[in-house]
Design a protein around this ligand. Sequence first.
Ligand code: NAD
Ligand SMILES: O=C(O)C1=N[C@H](C(=O)O)CCC1
Length: 250
Amino acid sequence: MNIALLGYGKMGKIIEKIATDRKHEIFLKIDFYNRQDLTIENLKKADVVIEFSTPGSVLDNIQKCFEAGVPIVVGTTGWYEHLPELKKKCLDSGHTMLYASNFSVGVNIFFHVNKVLAKLMNNYPYYDVQVEEIHHMQKLDSPSGTAITIAEGIIENTDSKKEWVNVLTSEGDDTNDENIKNDQLLIESFRIDSVPGTHTVIYDSEVDSIEFKHTAHNRNGFALGAVLAAEWVQNKKGFFSVEEMFDFGK
Ligand SMILES: NC(=O)c1ccc[n+]([C@@H]2O[C@H](COP(=O)([O-])OP(=O)(O)OC[C@H]3O[C@@H](n4cnc5c(N)ncnc54)[C@H](O)[C@@H]3O)[C@@H](O)[C@H]2O)c1
Ligand SMILES: O=C(O)C1=N[C@H](C(=O)O)CCC1
């Protein structure tokens, strides 16, 4: 496939290596400094676009891909409040988009088991639940997209939690969770040097705690998943989440 990469930072560079190893060609690499090269004419040469840029640029980039009529795989996080309008635009005008807060196989297994666990724990209301996420210091958004997906999976399957709230805690701070209401699910975010991504769901009662944790050792799993998604979506029409690609429900 001819792939255009929008965003050529930590993720873009690993995606380039994995896509090239899988015999794809990266013919266009866009970052902040050459963003004027992101033209409709250039985009039309792509079989598929892979987008890992920034929360501030992702919406414009998606719009350009729609205008060029090229399928797009979106890994960028921090824009999900626009999901409903984007989905409508994509479906109404016959475009193709697949997005994921996290493309790694391990995290997608985690997402699935998280929902099953939440359903089970709903029978034991004396456990309170919270989500913790740790990422590197350069991360622009909080909470992580992955933590939002985890929280939504819990809220969908639990009677006691109605919405999530985020607290970003710096090293050494005590979390001030006094203002969190019982029906709110706390997502606590930590930023620590070089951490690629760690997510923990904690069920806590007076007598014990249950912790369910995913630790990424590096970014290779995210990048491979994004390339697999590009291969999967390139000849499809519609608006997809990565869940449809993995389909653990089958
Ligand atoms: N879905 C997943 O599996 C997954 C995994 C890792 C990271 N991410 C997300 O991917 C995004 C990128 O992560 P990263 O670690 O590579 O960040 P990064 O900061 O290393 O790279 C961001 C890149 O975007 C470029 N950029 C800035 N403005 C741009 C524009 N207008 N058009 C195109 N590129 C532009 C920057 O120059 C830089 O090269 C983040 O939102 C992150 O949360 C998602
Ligand atoms: O490094 C990042 O930034 C990551 N972003 C995604 C998120 O917000 O969940 C996936 C994990 C790494």
